[in-house]
Design a protein around this ligand. Structure first.
Ligand SMILES: Nc1ncnc2c1ncn2[C@@H]1O[C@H](COP(=O)(O)OP(=O)(O)O)[C@@H](O)[C@H]1O
Ligand SMILES: [Mg+2]
Length: 564
């Protein structure tokens, strides 16, 4: 006999009496009212739960409302996660803690049977639960109901009470309904979180790109951008009155005459343009089509990339490759010249022997010999400078290196009406260095000084090369400084001059590598290059090298370093 038939039997059957009838009727009405009230509470709860609430928030909200429909002390939400149970949320929040759910635990029983069940909160059933001592009242019974996602159990909800009264059948039914509702809310919350996380990730990726990105529809409207503008776009952007790409990006009142998006409308393929702006910046612009579900062209992604530096660097690389080739050629020529020079000098020396010293012929031949020897020195220096092999560190007289370099390039410098003053300290000690590399540094510094003087209107053009010893607390340093009274360097450029490829000279003159390579060489000698410069007055570049102290006098004489 089912529940309804039983009730009818009691009200109308042979066992019924008037009193019975009224008592039963009253009970039934009360139960119906209670049921109504519970449904009302359930309804209010559904309204209370928002999609963006966390699982804990949902449980907290339910726990506040639930006592209106059903006395309860505690609620818990346990989810099935990769074959394990996890206590996801508890209300009150610190009521209890479970590290592990043993296989015989009530939660697992409910999951396996897929049926809501009532349990006595005996010691045995709850041995895996650690109850916070702030809640000394012991639970007396609890109901666990399964949460379903379609036919799959995704977890369980626990409702416990400490009062003696056990859960009635209508209460059990109500908890099952409530759990179904909770399952929907938990799934919604999870889906919402998943969607928000994906959106956030996508937005973060979009905004993290430092190049400007725009999303534009097929009517030129800008739908989205990542807030990265080049100075030129910023200007147009602020002035623009309409949200169209041609206005905001290009400052135009009509679509651009050869718009890449128009091209994509017919080809449906990505397009690419180079955009040289008025301010001298070169922007590479990529257009990518976006298709909707019906595979129709819906919008475009435009990505701009500033390639000014890259293009400049490419040009400079070509230039430095040319210079390297030139260097090799120069070395080849020097090598070829070496033998004829030896013959010229030898022959002149032999001839000179036939003439008395002091005679016109002898004097002329001495001139030939001296000039020949000078040429040989120049050739030798050129060969040393262009040598690409590894050079050992040796004890070297720094002044000698300065003289060698000056011998090689003083003609190029003097030719430009520049006076070279040398103030070399004769007491400079020997320094353990790679001679060829230090010559390379000095050449760079001298050529830079010459260029700075050529670019200035200074009448009395001078380069002063000095060498001296500087002492500080722990170390002595040999310094060679190259001072010029040329253009000087502005504060902005001063920060950049050691950056590879930075040059203020035009592409045929400068590579922007001189100082960066020189600094590399100085640092490989544990030294440094110091700069002092005043715009319009001149600059001093100092190569500072450590002098071995008596204590660590052991020079790393056979250490070999690469020529940069
Ligand atoms: N003595 C100097 N006076 C003024 N500017 C200098 C001097 N030396 C270097 N600079 C600046 O530093 C830049 C970088 O020098 P460098 O690395 O040698 O490259 P490059 O000489 O090929 O331009 C130069 O373009 C110039 O602007
Ligand atoms: Mg240079």
């Amino acid at each position: 006999m089912n529940k309804k038939e039983k009730q009818l039997e009691q009200l109308t059957g042979v066992n019924s009496s008037k009193l019975n009838y009224y008592v039963e009727l009253k009970k039934t009405t009360e139960e119906a009212l209670k049921q109504n009230w519970r449904l009302e509470v359930l309804h209010q709860l559904i309204r209370d739960i928002n999609i963006d609430m966390s699982i804990q928030d949902i449980l907290d909200r339910t726990f506040v409302r639930l006592p209106q429909a059903l006395p309860c002390t505690f609620m818990g939400l346990i989810v099935l996660n990769e074959g394990d149970l996890e206590l996801k949320a508890v209300a009150p929040r610190d009521y209890c803690h479970v590290a592990h759910f043993p296989k015989h635990s009530p939660s697992w029983q409910v999951i396996n049977s897929k049926q809501a069940m009532m349990f006595d909160a005996t010691q045995e059933e709850c041995s895996h639960v650690w109850q916070n001592s702030d809640y000394p009242e012991k639970l007396s019974s609890f109901v666990i109901a399964p949460m379903f996602e379609r036919a799959e159990v995704i977890g369980v909800m626990v409702v416990g009470r400490s009062s003696e009264a056990t859960f009635s059948t209508p209460e059990l039914d109500f908890i099952s309904h409530l759990t179904d509702q909770m399952a929907i809310s938990v799934q919604n919350s999870r889906l919402y979180r998943q969607v928000s996380r994906t959106t956030k990730q996508w937005e973060e990726t979009f905004n993290a790109v430092t190049d400007p990105i725009f999303l534009v529809d097929s009517n030129y409207n800008i739908l989205r951008h990542n807030d990265r503008f080049t100075p030129e776009i910023s200007r147009h952007w602020q002035k623009s009155l309409v949200n169209k790409c041609y206005s905001r990006l290009h400052g135009r009142t009509e679509p651009c005459p050869v718009c890449a998006m128009e091209e994509i409308k017919s080809t449906e393929e990505p397009a690419h343009r180079n955009w040289p702006t008025d301010s001298g910046v070169l922007l590479e612009t990529y257009y990518y089509p976006i298709f909707n579900e019906e595979k129709k062209l819906a919008a475009f992604t435009i990505i701009l990339k500033d390639v000014t530096q890259k293009t400049k660097m490419e040009a400079q690389l070509v230039q430095s490759a040319k210079l390297a080739a030139l260097g090799e050629m120069a070395a080849g020529v020097a090598h070829e010249l070496n033998s004829p020079m030896t013959v010229i000098i030898g022959t002149a020396q032999m001839l000179a022997r036939d003439f008395e010293s002091g005679s016109v012929e002898n004097d002329s031949l001495q001139d030939v010999i001296n000039c020949g020897l000078r040429c040989k020195r120049i050739i030798q220096n050129l060969l040393t400078f262009s040598r690409q092999d590894q050079m050992p560190m040796t004890d070297v007289d720094l002044n000698e290196q300065v003289r060698l370099v000056l011998g090689l390039i003083h003609y190029q410098i003097n030719r430009n009406q520049i006076q070279i003053i040398d103030q070399l300290d004769p007491n400079l000690t020997m320094v353990n260095i790679n001679g060829a590399q230090i010559q390379q540094v000095l050449t760079n510094l001298l050529i830079n000084a010459r260029d700075a003087l050529n670019d200035s209107n200074q009448e009395n053009k001078q380069i002063t090369v000095s060498s001296f010893i500087r002492h500080d607390e722990e170390q002595s340093w040999a310094v060679i400084s190259v001072h010029d009274n040329g253009t000087g360097i502005c504060q902005d450029n001063l920060k950049k001059i050691f950056t590879p490829f930075f040059t203020s000279k035009d592409a045929t003159k400068g590579t922007g590598l001189g100082l960066s390579v020189s600094l590399g060489i100085a640092e490989s000698h544990s030294g440094n290059i110091e700069v002092e410069s005043t715009l319009g007055e001149g600059s001093t570049f100092s190569l500072v090298l450590p002098v071995p102290t008596k204590a660590n006098d052991e020079p790393p004489s056979n250490e070999v370093i690469d020529i940069v």
